[in-house]
Design a binder for this molecule. Structure first.
Ligand SMILES: [Zn+2]
Length: 480
């Protein structure tokens, strides 16, 4: 690798013009052809019809025949815990047109490092847009009192939100209640014993992975009560509290594919819920989400790689060349064990996938607020950066329009994060984080992945630069 790392300094920065380009109006849902977009030190200085006089000293990037859209947000990733290293992930994200991400797991060290300005950053690094403290599990949220204490201490440490991962109805509701008094949102995985309608009404801000457990799918099933009776709450191993480093190792292994922990009983509970899937109940739940502004970050790529871990599209994904070989070995080991799961369990996953896709379409039809994410870094076969483009394709497969998907990657996460006044649109005064595309992303989802250049933080990397970044990561994907 060059002494500069994976990403060389941008070939254009400061003041330059992207000329004669079609500007994508994300809010309006159309592209306006023939525009000159002036970038000035990280900010969009002007958007004007092509040909109006522009200061001659401005370097030009020819945008003719291209579309200029806001760069993307990966709304769900674990970059800072990446087993493959943060620098490689950042490079892959830049090369994939991603300007920022929401980090879904933090800890005291990361919160302190951010406050001290000591988080790793490289040329073109995507921005860390929000980060929680340690995710809530029985380790730090064993009962209501401990949960409230944990929420208070994470808030004091500077967490932007609270992430629940393994809670129950009591501790999840306590977290939401305590966090509300501190002005912090709570997001995460719904406990199986908490009805999503109750969680939504209580103020849960965002559901990750559409649930991901059986709670949501019991709530949209005519056989929900029966499914719940078969369910068994997930828990940590009993030794968990005493051996933190060991627990971290276990978690790293489990994160590769949490579905590996599906028991025969769990599979039965899934089948019961999914056999009773009722579109009318799904539409009702969607209305509840809308009413209480409960967001969704579906991460279909994560769900698909968990439920079809041995599919060739994953195991033969050419993108694994960008991933640390030690990490890929963990994925292959998981996949060998995945193949040995009982047929009934595999069938339950297959059925669950189809229900998840139907449910997602029901949410989209009801205009439930959603943004795109991947769960990259640690998740089996989910390749940082590139996975967001897999996500676009899967969202399209689920029936969402190109425009819906474009919004889920740009304006919607900006709104969710409260930064919509300066991000997520190509407008004067907005941040110059942009992608130059070979097609119209309001009409064709494939255009979102047809990258011809990226502006990140006001610097310009063209397609050759982006390809070179990918090659440098492939040459040395191991954490440094
Ligand atoms: Zn995650």
């Amino acid at each position: 690798m060059s002494e500069h790392g994976y990403v060389l300094p941008p070939t254009r920065a400061g003041r330059f013009v992207i000329s004669d380009v079609a500007v994508v109006d994300v809010a309006g849902g159309a592209a306006i052809p023939g525009q000159d977009v002036t970038i000035d030190h990280g900010v969009i200085a002007s958007v004007r019809p092509h040909g109006e006089p522009v200061a001659t000293h401005h370097v030009k990037v020819d945008g003719h025949g291209r579309w200029l859209a806001p760069a993307y947000v990966d709304g769900h990733a674990h970059v800072l815990n990446s087993p493959s290293g943060v620098e490689a992930s950042h490079a892959l994200m830049l090369a994939s047109g991603i300007w920022g991400w929401r980090q879904l797991s933090g800890d005291n060290q990361l919160l302190d490092a951010r406050r001290a300005g000591r988080l790793p950053s490289y040329p073109g690094s995507p921005a860390l847009l929000a980060m929680p403290g340690q995710v809530l599990t029985p380790l730090n949220a064993g009962d209501e009192a401990q949960t409230r204490e944990t929420v208070r201490s994470q808030a004091a440490r500077g967490a932007d939100f609270i992430k629940v991962a393994m809670t129950n109805r009591e501790t999840c509701l306590a977290a939401i209640d305590e966090a509300a008094t501190l002005g912090l949102p709570v997001v995460g995985h719904l406990p199986d014993d908490l009805d999503p309608r109750e969680a939504s009404a209580a103020g849960l801000r965002c559901v990750e992975h559409l649930g991901p457990g059986n709670g949501v799918f019991s709530a949209v099933s005519r056989r929900g009560d029966e499914a719940r009776r078969h369910g068994r709450p997930r828990s940590l191993p009993p030794f968990a509290g005493r051996f933190e480093p060991l627990v971290q190792k276990v978690i790293t292994r489990v994160v590769v594919n949490p579905q590996m922990a599906t028991s025969a009983d769990d599979a039965v509970a899934m089948r019961i819920a999914d056999d009773g899937y009722d579109p009318a109940l799904a539409a009702e739940l969607a209305q509840v989400y809308r009413e209480h502004e409960t967001w969704q970050c579906p991460t279909l790529i994560r769900l698909h790689t968990m439920e079809f871990a041995d599919a060739h599209e994953h195991t033969r994904d050419a993108g694994v060349r960008y991933v640390d070989p030690a990490e890929v070995r963990r994925w292959r080991l998981m996949t060998r064990r995945f193949r040995r799961l009982p047929d009934a369990t595999r069938r339950a996953f297959d059925r669950r996938w189809h229900v998840q896709v139907d449910f997602l379409r029901a949410l989209a039809d009801a205009d439930v607020a959603m943004f795109a994410g991947t769960d990259a870094n640690g998740a089996g076969w989910v390749i940082p950066g590139l996975a967001l483009h897999d996500e676009f394709a899967l969202l399209a497969h689920a029936g969402l329009s190109a425009l819906q998907i474009l919004r889920m990657a740009t304006a919607a996460p900006a709104r969710f994060l409260g930064i919509e006044d300066a991000h997520g649109q190509v407008r004067e005064g907005f941040a110059a984080d942009l992608v130059l595309l070979g097609g119209d992303p309001t009409r064709d989802v494939a255009a979102l992945s047809d990258l011809h250049g990226v502006v990140r933080g006001g610097g310009w990397w063209d397609k050759d630069d982006l390809d070179a970044i990918l090659e440098r990561v492939a040459a040395e994907p191991t954490a440094r």
